[in-house]
Structures are given as structure tokens and as C-alpha cells.
Write a protein that binds this ligand. Structure first.
Ligand code: ADP
Ligand code: TRP
Length: 322
């Protein structure tokens, strides 16, 4: 039984890229593993400076996970800030992390390139993420491809810490599924909460329709054969269609005679059907938020016990206990 951990930032509304790359694999993994799944609100604080928005996104992310099938009885499910031991470990790790390691972070460099004025939290973001992973001695980290370097940084930090103080941390492995490594948004760029190109999981029907119809394609006419492998609509279609449905659609593309408008309509139907039962569950859950808060508190209590054990071990190793 492997110990698996992953987290998601409540920095916006969760989208189908988040779902297929991280949430769905996590929900499936809860059956046969020791699963740690959490909402990383301290990470989101590096980019969200509105308290009400952060609070709302946090509870919305919890509702999304529970509606989509995460079972708090089968896993550890909590909000990052409810186990503040992680910030203590972050400080200890940051005293053992070279500046050079963080300077090489793509995600930091990308954000700077986009013109974001960086705060120190954005710079040390990977150290907090390393603390998330190492605090729970996690073995496997299911994430999208964009997080691969963060896991490598975690491995580096853990390796040098262990070399100095003994085998305290488990060196984690990323788990990245190749076919869903990067899901495109409606503009063809990586789908992201922050690029205004996302199809949200619980999008209402009207706005879902408008987004699907806007997915960028080439301008090949109906009759002409088309290439499924370079098409943004197909990249999203195959997430919902299953193996056979995907194959049939790929054949229709290559043969010609089907237009993008028609394919988009079929895609819309698939998305609506896929999320319909989850939508009903979500609206039920959101009518009793007290119950959701109680689930999160209970999850944090359970998680804290694991966190304390590692933190005590680390403090003893570095000489912070006296
Ligand atoms: P976002 O870029 O939307 O803010 P996050 O950085 O919070 O998303 O990512 C949460 C999880 O979802 C991570 O595991 C990330 O790799 C995955 N993910 C996010 N967007 C995509 C995408 N477009 N394709 C594949 N995986 C994604
Ligand atoms: N940085 C991750 C993201 O943006 C979120 C995250 C924080 C995370 N801590 C984690 C993912 C620990 C996996 C494990 O997607």
C-alpha cells in the first residue's frame, strides 16, 4: 500500500485540466492506497490577495472534491493551513535549501516573465511544497507535467537533508500520466485558472456551451480530412469519450465530412452527461456547509498526528528541541 499525496491551490475555480490531471487520479487511488489529498491555501496566498475570494475558493475546492467522489473516510482530506506544522517544517527546510535551486524554478521564472511582481512567498513556494510532501513521508505524487520540477526540487532538498542528518525523509516519485500531461484551454494554451481559458468542472450549461463553441481550431471546411492529433477540440473530446469513442472520432477526422461545429456539439453533450451526477451531489453538499467544515476539521485532526511525528523527528535531528 503506497502513501500517495497531492494538493491543489484554491487560486480560482477548478477546471477540467485540474480534474483529469490530478483530481480524478487521486479519487481513483483512494481505494487501494493511503491517500493524502489537501487544499493548499498557503500556496494560493502567493497569488490571491483578497480574503473573501480565498475563503470562497477554499470551500469551493472542498465541495468539488467531495462531489466528485473523494471519500474523507477512506483518505486524509484537509486544508493546508489547518495543519500549521507544515510552515514550521518549511522554515527548517529553507535553511537547508540553496538559493540556486530556487532560482532555477521554471514556474517562478514563468510568473516573472508574465510581469507578476514577485513576493518572497512566490520564490520560496517550492520549499513549502517540499514540506507538504516530506512532512507526510509521501512516496508518490500524482500531478500534471508542469509540477515535475517542483517534485525534483523536493527530491533534492530531501536528499541533501538526509545526507546531513540521516534517513529521515522518504524520497518521493512524481506520477504523471503521458496522455493527459497538458490539457489545452479553449485558446489552445495550457488550460489554467489564471489564463481565462478554462472550462470549469461545474460550469453552468450556458457558459459551457459558449466556451466549447469558442475552442480554437484551424479553418478546414467540413469535407476536408482533419488531423485529430493537432486539434484542441479533439484533445478535450478524448478525455470524455473513452477508448472506443475516441477511436471512432479520430477516424471521422481523418476521413473528412465532419465539421468542427458538429464535433463541438457532440463534445458539449459528453461534458454535460459526464458531470451531471456530480453536479447534483455538489448542490446537495452545498446546502449543508456546516457538514463540509466538520469534514475538513476532522481531516485536519487526523492528519496532524502524522505531521507531528515527522516534525518531532526533524526537530530532534537538527537540534531545535532542547
Ligand atoms: P492552474 O494552472 O489552473 O492554476 P494548478 O497549478 O493549481 O492549476 O494545478 C493543479 C493540478 O492540476 C496540478 O497537478 C497541475 O499539474 C494540474 N493541471 C493544471 N492545469 C493543467 C492542464 N492544463 N493540463 C494538465 N494538468 C493540469
Ligand atoms: N504546486 C502545486 C500546483 O500548483 C500544488 C501543490 C502544493 C502540491 N503542494 C503540493 C502538489 C504537494 C502536490 C504535492 O499544482
Amino acid at each position: 500500500m503506497a502513501r500517495i499525496l497531492s494538493g491543489i491551490q484554491p487560486s480560482g475555480t477548478l477546471h477540467i485540466g485540474n480534474y483529469f490531471a490530478m483530481m480524478k487520479p487521486m479519487i481513483e487511488l483512494q481505494e487501494k492506497n493511503e491517500l493524502f489529498c489537501f487544499i493548499v491555501n498557503y500556496h494560493a496566498l502567493t497569488s490571491v490577495a483578497d480574503a473573501d475570494e480565498l475563503r470562497k475558493n477554499t470551500i469551493d475546492a472542498a465541495l468539488d472534491f467531495l462531489a466528485l467522489g473523494l471519500d474523507p473516510e477512506k483518505c486524509f482530506f484537509w486544508v493546508q493551513s489547518d495543519v500549521p506544522e507544515v510552515t514550521e517544517l518549511t522554515w527548517i527546510l529553507s535553511c537547508h535549501t540553496s538559493l540556486g535551486l530556487l532560482e532555477r524554478s521554471h514556474s517562478y521564472k514563468d510568473k516573472i516573465a508574465k510581469g507578476i511582481t514577485p513576493n518572497t512567498g512566490l520564490y520560496t513556494y517550492p520549499v513549502l511544497m517540499a514540506a507538504d510532501i516530506l512532512l507526510y513521508k509521501s512516496q508518490i505524487i500524482p500531478v500534471g507535467k508542469d509540477q515535475k520540477q517542483h517534485i525534483e526540487i523536493t527530491r533534492d532538498i530531501a536528499g541533501s537533508f538526509n545526507a546531513r542528518y540521516g534517513e529521515i525523509f522518504v524520497i518521493p516519485e512524481p506520477q504523471i500520466s503521458d496522455d493527459i500531461a497538458v490539457i489545452p484551454g479553449i485558446d489552445g494554451q495550457k488550460m489554467s485558472k489564471s489564463y481565462d481559458n478554462a472550462i470549469n468542472i461545474f460550469e453552468d450549461e450556458k457558459s459551457l456551451k459558449s466556451k466549447v463553441m469558442k475552442i480554437v481550431t484551424d479553418s478546414k471546411p467540413v469535407d476536408e480530412p482533419k488531423d485529430p492529433d493537432t486539434c484542441n477540440v479533439f484533445a478535450i473530446y478524448k478525455l470524455f469519450a473513452g477508448r472506443e469513442g475516441t477511436q471512432t472520432m479520430a477516424d471521422r477526422y481523418r476521413k473528412g465530412g465532419v465539421g468542427y461545429g458538429e464535433i463541438k456539439k457532440e463534445l458539449l453533450g459528453l461534458i454535460l452527461d459526464y458531470f451531471r451526477p456530480f453536479k447534483e451531489k455538489r448542490s446537495l453538499l452545498s446546502s449543508d456547509l456546516g457538514e463540509v467544515y466538520a469534514i475538513l476539521r476532522k481531516g485536519a485532526d487526523k492528519t496532524k498526528k502524522v505531521a507531528r511525528e515527522t516534525l518531532d523527528e526533524v526537530k530532534k535531528a537538527v537540534g531545535i528541541n532542547y
